[in-house]
Design a binder for this molecule. Structure first.
Ligand code: NAX
Length: 331
C-alpha cells in the first residue's frame, strides 16, 4: 500500500478549486492507486464556503482520500505538502490598474513562498495556476530560494489542451490522436500556440498537422487567436471563467510531471527559462517539455521559422515587462 501524498490547493473555495479537489480525490492527478491527503487553503471571508467543500468531500466517500485539512492558516496548509497547486490569488476587477493587481499578487506569492519553503516536504512540486500565472510563479521562486527552481512551474497546459481541441475539431479526428502542439511564452493573449511540429495519428501513420489541415491561413490566423482568446470566449458564454477545463489541465500537468510523458510526446509547461530557443532567461516561460522520473526537460533542437521567431520574442518581451512591473511592486 502506498503512503498518502499530501496535495495543497490554495483558493480551494473558488470555482477551479471546486472542480479540482474531487478530481484529485478520485486519483485523476496522481493515479488510481495513490492515496491522497488534501490540504485546502482559502482566506477568512471564504472560510465557511471552504468548510462546505470539506463537508462535500466527506460526503463523497472517496476511497483514496485519507484526510482533509481545510484552513485559512497558510502554515498549517503548507505543512508537509508534496504537491502544491496555487489557485488562490487576487483577480483583476474592472477599473483596476495592472500595477495594482500585480502588487496584490506579489504580496500573496511572496508570503506563500516563504510558508512553502519553510514547511512543505522536501522536493515539493509547485504548480501556479492563479494569474498572472508565469509572474506569480517567478515571485514564488524568488522568495523560496531553497526550493529548487525546477520544482516551480506554471500552468499553460490548458492552452495546450485548447490547441489540441481546436485541431481535433477542425480535422474531425479524436483529440487523443493529436499531439505535440506547443504553447510558447506567457499564459496571456500574447502566448504563441505553435502547430509546426504537431502530428495526428491516422490509419496510414503519423502525419504533420499542417499537411492534413492544408490551410496555412487558418493555422496562422484564426487558430492562433481562437486559442489565445478562448478564456474570454468561455467568460462570455458562461459568465464565469474556465473552471472544469482548468482543473483538468492542472491534473494533466502534475500527472505527466510526476508519472512521465508518453514516449514521443511532449507537453507545454511554464518553467524557469534557461534561455533555450533564445527566450529571455530568468522568467517563467512556457516551453515544450518531456518528463521522466519526476523531472521535466525542455525539448531541444526544434526548428523555429521567422513567423514563429517573432511570436516567441513578443511573448518573451511581455514576460520581461511583467517581471519589471512585479519587481517595481516590491520596492
Ligand atoms: P475564484 O475567484 O472562483 O477563486 C479564487 C479563490 O482564491 C477564492 O476562493 C479566493 O477567496 C481565494 N483566494 C484569494 N486570495 C487568496 C490567498 N491569499 N490565499 C488563498 N486563497 C486565496 O477564481 P477561479 O475561477 O477559481 O480562478 C482562480 C485563478 O485561476 C484566477 O487567478 C484565474 O485568473 C486563474 N486561471 C488560470 C488559468 C491558467 O490556465 N493558468 C485558467 C483559468 C483561470 O482563469
Amino acid at each position: 500500500v502506498k503512503e498518502p501524498v499530501r496535495v495543497l490547493v490554495t483558493g480551494a473555495a473558488g470555482q477551479i478549486g471546486y472542480a479540482l479537489v474531487p478530481m484529485i480525490a478520485r486519483g485523476v492527478m496522481l493515479g488510481a492507486d495513490q492515496p491522497v491527503i488534501l490540504h485546502m487553503l482559502d482566506i477568512p471571508p471564504a472560510a465557511e464556503a471552504l468548510n462546505g467543500v470539506k463537508m462535500e468531500l466527506v460526503d463523497a466517500a472517496f476511497p483514496l482520500l485519507k484526510g482533509v485539512v481545510a484552513t485559512t492558516d497558510v502554515v498549517e496548509a503548507c505543512t508537509g505538502v508534496n504537491v502544491a497547486v496555487m489557485v488562490g490569488g487576487f483577480p483583476r476587477k474592472e477599473g483596476m490598474e495592472r500595477k495594482d493587481v500585480m502588487s496584490k499578487n506579489v504580496s500573496i506569492y511572496k508570503s506563500q513562498a516563504s510558508a512553502l519553503e519553510q514547511h512543505a516536504a522536501p522536493n515539493c512540486k509547485v504548480l501556479v495556476v492563479a494569474n498572472p500565472a508565469n509572474t506569480n510563479a517567478l515571485i514564488l521562486k524568488e522568495f523560496a530560494p531553497s526550493i529548487p527552481a525546477k520544482n516551480i512551474t506554471c500552468l499553460t497546459r490548458l492552452d495546450h489542451n485548447r490547441a489540441l481541441g481546436q485541431i481535433s475539431e477542425k480535422l474531425n479526428v479524436q483529440v487523443s490522436d493529436v499531439k505535440n502542439v506547443i504553447i510558447w511564452g506567457n499564459h496571456s493573449s500574447s502566448q504563441y500556440p505553435d502547430v509546426n511540429h504537431a502530428t495526428v495519428m491516422t490509419p496510414s501513420g503519423e502525419k504533420p498537422v499542417r499537411e492534413l489541415v492544408k490551410d496555412d491561413a487558418w493555422l496562422n490566423g484564426e487558430f492562433i487567436t481562437t486559442v489565445q482568446q478562448r478564456g474570454a470566449a468561455i467568460i462570455k458564454a458562461r459568465k464565469l471563467s474556465s473552471a472544469l477545463s482548468a482543473a483538468s489541465a492542472a491534473c494533466d500537468h502534475i500527472r505527466d510531471w510526476v508519472l512521465g510523458t508518453p514516449e514521443g510526446t511532449w507537453v507545454s509547461m511554464g518553467v524557469y527559462s534557461d534561455g533555450s530557443y533564445n527566450a529571455p532567461a530568468g522568467v517563467i516561460y512556457s516551453f515544450p517539455v518531456t518528463c521522466k522520473n519526476g523531472e521535466w526537460t525542455i525539448v531541444q533542437g526544434l526548428a523555429i521559422d521567422e513567423f514563429s521567431r517573432k511570436k516567441l520574442d513578443l511573448t518573451g518581451q511581455e514576460l520581461t515587462e511583467e517581471k519589471e512591473l512585479a519587481y517595481s511592486c516590491l520596492s
